[in-house]
Design a protein around this ligand. Structure first.
Ligand code: ZN
Length: 506
């Protein structure tokens, strides 16, 4: 066979293999969605076996030596010449994934997975008993294993690099650290000013009576209004909201309802619908290939945060939706737009990340990012973690956890071995701010459009600028390509400063 047709055949075989693996992975996605929404509790044991079996088969296919041979064969081929073309993107990203998965010794992979299961069990018990010392030994073990993982994967300066890279492919630790330090230094004084303003919105209006059926109907209406396609998606109930999927035209979002809390379900629906819009906007014909997959967790989160915050917490959105909400919920009768807008944007430094508002949320993330990076780099011992945690909460948020259960033990991530995950939440906020500013500069007054119920221009812009590219560009490259600038906190912070300056009279 001439070289070019041999290359074409290898590329075709590689893509066919990937697409077949994607069938297994999408079946796994469906099983996981079912487990978290519909499955009877007694089905759990066998479901765990089904999931472990499929996950094993998927791993085998992705690390098959045959994949390595195809990739070797294609490495210097004309197909790989343009790293951002269709084939170049597929070859580059599959190489990255293959190398990462095959560099880790099998014994280490098994030890990491066992430790993650025990870690999460120990975390549940330690949190319940409010006992960090009970958790400390398994945390120390997890840190040792994660450093071994980093060493096996290789890094330049910091062992945190290859761990962050799992969630933000190609991200540089030095750049992410500088970006987030800029965010911290701008945000901390603003939060202190907001607290010092003495203004307190009446957020009790959001804790009145909101019948669940009406919440669901209203949430569906809003998700459909921003463009979520219910002919290619669903909304269901779960304990911890997520967005999953079972195929290129089957995107599943979830929420949970509390009949005495309007915001919890409504904003989680907008958030998950934002994730869902990204999934629905990825090119279906590339499903299963890197060109049909999300660029990074940070970019994914930028889409959910933009629809939740820049759109869903704007005054203009509620100029349109508050009258509809007042028809749906008699408990909102007489509530003014100003009062409602202030209530859904209340800023209140608190102890718990998952309950935090749009502004202080990032400071919760900064605490975790700085501490996990220090632990992985061996600059902070696990034994000193609770004291370091409490000190940073005092410094950044001005609050002091009364217990480790409501402090350092509140999140599952570290117990499960997820190091490098936390910063993607804040990167998502910053990407959202920077993309939104660019969209406004390209499209004109977006808020005036929201007031009229016109969300399509923004969605089309996101589809064109971000969704259709899949993994063609890394997150950092995408920022430069779309906005002409590297990611920074500037655009997001300017939006926050303006919005909350007005709300809190600063
Ligand atoms: Zn999210």
């Amino acid at each position: 066979m001439p070289a070019d047709s041999a290359h074409a055949a290898a590329y075709q075989a590689l893509c066919d293999h990937q697409r077949e693996t994607a069938k297994l992975a999408s079946i796994l996605g469906l099983l996981e969605w079912d487990e978290r929404t519909k499955m009877p509790p007694a089905g759990g044991e066998y479901r765990a076996e089904q999931i472990a079996y499929l996950a094993g088969e998927i791993h085998k296919r992705r690390t098959s030596p045959q994949v390595g041979q195809w990739l070797d064969q294609l490495a210097d081929s004309p197909l790989a010449a343009d790293p951002h073309g269709d084939a170049g993107t597929v070859i580059r990203e599959l190489r990255r994934d293959y190398d990462k998965k095959t560099k880790l010794p099998q014994a280490l992979v098994e030890e990491l997975s066992r430790t993650s299961v025990i870690g999460q069990q120990t975390w549940v018990e330690s949190r319940k008993a409010d006992d960090f010392q009970k958790f400390q030994p398994i945390l120390e073990k997890t840190l040792r294993l994660k450093r071994q993982e980093a060493a096996a994967l290789g890094f330049d300066k910091s062992p945190y690099e290859p761990l962050l890279d799992d969630y933000e492919p190609g991200a540089k630790v030095s750049e992410v650290s500088a970006t987030l330090a800029g965010l911290r230094d701008a945000l901390t004084p603003l939060v202190h000013q907001i607290v010092g303003s003495g203004r307190r919105p009446d957020s009790a209006i959001l804790k009145r009576d909101f019948p669940v059926a009406a919440q669901e109907a209203f949430g569906r209406e809003a998700a459909a209004a921003i463009g979520f396609d219910f002919s290619a998606g669903r909304l269901d109930v779960t304990d911890h909201p997520f967005c999953g999927g079972a195929g290129p035209r089957d995107v599943r979002i979830t929420t949970r309802y509390d009949k005495n809390d309007f915001g919890d379900a409504f904003f989680s629906i907008l958030h998950e619908a934002g994730h869902g819009l990204y999934e629905q906007g990825l090119p279906a014909e590339h499903y299963g290939l890197p060109t049909g997959e999300a660029a990074s967790l940070g970019i994914h989160e930028s889409q959910s945060r933009m629809w939740e915050n820049q759109v869903g917490r704007s005054r203009e959105f509620w100029e349109l939706f508050l009258p509809k909400a007042q028809q749906a919920f008699s408990s909102l009768a007489g509530v003014s737009l100003d009062g409602f807008y202030a209530a859904i944007n209340e800023v209140k430094p608190s102890l718990i990340r998952v309950d935090a508002d749009e502004v202080t949320y990032n400071l919760h993330i900064l605490v975790r990012f700085e501490l996990e990076k220090a632990m992985i780099e061996d600059d902070l011992r696990a034994a000193d973690l609770p004291a370091a945690w409490n000190e940073k909460y005092q410094q950044y948020l001005g609050v002091q956890p009364p217990s480790d259960a409501d402090g350092v033990l509140q999140d599952v991530h570290w117990s499960a071995g997820l190091f490098g995950y936390f910063p993607t939440y804040s990167l998502g906020n910053l990407y959202a701010g920077q993309f939104f500013a660019q969209a406004a500069s390209d499209l004109g007054d977006l808020h005036a459009m929201f007031r009229r119920g016109e969300f399509r221009p923004l969605l089309d812009w996101l589809r064109q600028q971000i969704h259709r590219h899949g993994q063609r560009w890394s997150a950092a490259e995408l920022a430069v390509k779309v906005t002409g600038k590297q990611l920074s906190h500037a655009a997001w912070f300017a939006q926050i400063r303006a919005k909350y300056g007005e709300l809190y009279g600063l």
